[in-house]
Design a protein around this ligand. Sequence first.
Ligand SMILES: *Cc1c(COP(=O)(O)O)cnc(C)c1O
Length: 352
Amino acid sequence: MIDAAHETIQSGWYLRGRQTEAFEREWGDYCQAPYTVAVGNGLDALRLTLLAWKILLNWSDGDEVIVPANTFIATPLAVSQAGLRPVFCDVNLSDALICTETSYLESLLTPRTRCIIPVHLYGQLANLDRIYTFAAKHSLQVLEDACQAHGAQSIYNNVYKRTCAYSFYPGKNLGALGDGGCITTSDKELSTLIRSLANYGQSEKYIHNYQGVNSRLDELQAAILRVKLRHLNADNHRRQQIASYYASQLSEVNSFHQPSAIMDGSHVYHIFPFLTGRRSQLQQFLDRTNIQTLCHYPVACHKQKAYSSENHLTIPNAEFWCQHELSLPISPVLSDEQAEYVVASIRMFYQQ
Ligand SMILES: *Cc1c(COP(=O)(O)O)cnc(C)c1O
């Protein structure tokens, strides 16, 4: 990374250059996606895609986008900031992924529904077969929020026309040393419009067809990401090893059903979720043994003040996850000894 940064600094060219172009090509190849547009962050990847569809497909302000209620706030914010309305939907109790039961999804449809955003939460792919079938039936666009799922293998690359949004926030499976984001898509026209919107709505220098924004991946971050991309598969494999160990060791420690480890390459364990009825006690106990944990997420989107008009809603499974989820340490640099210490500490907590 230091060599790559050095070379980029020496090059004297810091935005919209060789590194970004090369990264777009390499990330596109890795994802098996025909078109790739690098942008400033994950929120912009989602927001600019929605804005581009709004223009291309003549959507109106206030048109609706179905979004799971248990996700990072960026997902619904992208919808709101594109002038659209998030319609919060529930997730599965078993895996926290968007609920794809047909009758349930149909109950959320109105004449203004335009799009559905499955979030590949915690690193696991949502049920894309069902989502694309549902979307095709009701003429909806599908925008995959893949900000937590870099490298989650999809058998759908050649089956569906897909559009995915990625974030390269430092803590993601593929993270820069600052902000970054990207859209991969099989839709050429969409990619061209997103590229223009991300660059002040320019079609050529100083000719502006749209009121665009400034959202760029810089050359230094692109150079860093190119180096880290070469390690992504190995990093994800290490995450899967840790997840498999946690799942085998912790499946029976409490009364909640714990998700079992999925090792087919479709789950890259951005997060390892552990469900517990005594979350704050367990978190405090682990904190005292120097094990840091987080909750993803403590408050569902529809219960946030930022979405006060939706606060009255009850979305049961999303709320269950928000009340019981605790994220255990997982990362490519976690050692076997550290993972064993986490398991031993959790066992100790439950034996008290
Ligand atoms: C991180 C994340 C985002 C936003 O990414 P930023 O780069 O921080 O803007 C969007 N959606 C999900 C699910 C995320 O985890």
